[in-house]
Design a protein around this ligand. Sequence first.
Ligand SMILES: Cc1ncc(COP(=O)(O)O)c(C=O)c1O
Length: 433
Amino acid sequence: MTSLKELVLEQVRKYHREQEPGNFVPGVTPILSSGAVLDEDDRAAFVEAALDMRIAAGPSARRFESAFAAYFKLRKAHLVNSGSSANLLALTALTSPKLGEARLRPGDEVVTVAAGFPTTVNPILQNGLIPVFVDVELGTYNTTAERVAEAISPRTRAIMIAHTLGNPFPVAEIADLATEHDLFLVEDNCDAVGSTYQGRLTGTFGDLSTVSFYPAHHLTAGEGGCVLTGSLELARIVESLRDWGRDCWCEPGTDNTCLKRFDYQLGTLPAGYDHKYVYSHIGYNLKATDTQGALVLSQLRRLPEFVEARRRNFRRLYEGLADLPGLLLPEATPGSDPSWFGFPISVRPDAPFTRQELVAQLEDRKIGTRRLFAGNLTRHPAYQDAPCRIVGDLANSDFVTEHTFWIGVYPGITTEMADFVVDTVRSFATGRH
Ligand SMILES: Cc1ncc(COP(=O)(O)O)c(C=O)c1O
């Protein structure tokens, strides 16, 4: 007999099919720069978790963590409530007293990139550490191993860099530098799930890496993120920091996994103090819910298809725009195969039109555009008084701030849409609009 729940979920699937978007009308239907691509299985998985009232983290979150760690062939993944939280946890983990002498201390330096998303950098400042900013290259919008090497001082203890818009930074060379100088490496892989560098997935080179599941990203949980690591020691620290700072590692709702719940003596607590309530870190609560876990677990099935669609859309745009003067098109970092997040375009200063004019034309035709996030972060109000060190000039970060924007390649963009984008840019750049 069909259960009531099965009947409800069948109706949910039917409802999903009714929501399918209508035909694409050029200039009228918005072409988003990014967005979630959800099918009826995703909607059913999400609603099922809600029907079961799995409102805290639970079995789907755990299954996702195992499956996602397996995708990267890493030992542990921890689901959290955003990519920014993932970055905060990854960097904060490196300050843990559990790491003894290796831990980062206030005043230590972390090398990072000036042009990018703020929450790659914020955890450095939030932990009382000093960001050391290096510039990026134009075209790849990533930094180089040479620039990072130049930035390393006796106070440098870590490197934390994002793979810009899905394009890998030269992560193997930077990981080698980290090893050579005894530094930790955190890869902000929020925009690059599925990208490879020298045939290896980004997110697997660093001591820790992070992912975002905000709807703009390769997989979505609504809001969400993940911290990945191959180190069980770092994984334990991340979990503790995520879960209030607790020393205990029992799943929520379970007790005494270690079989020593009442046998510890830690800190200056009385012997036998309940291990569930012993805190070894100054922690947070950054957990995700099981509805988020169920959605992102369902999305994971489609990751190869999503990555392929992003690459296909990128190629279509690139081939359609390659011969246009006045534009600097994106370049994959040598040795990489990006799972692109977006398609960055810079308008050359000597072009007969400006970035603003091109963007206005695109937006007018309902083609979504975005900036390369903050551009030069050091120029934003929040960072005016922030302690930092800048190595070299940030001329290219400034260029990006003036001249660069990106358009979408996400899997919701069809070939027809990509062709309309190409036509719009071509007509504008060749003065035919
Ligand atoms: C490189 C990078 N890091 C971190 C984040 C933050 O992710 P979230 O929005 O999930 O906090 C983003 C967001 O787009 C990002 O692009």
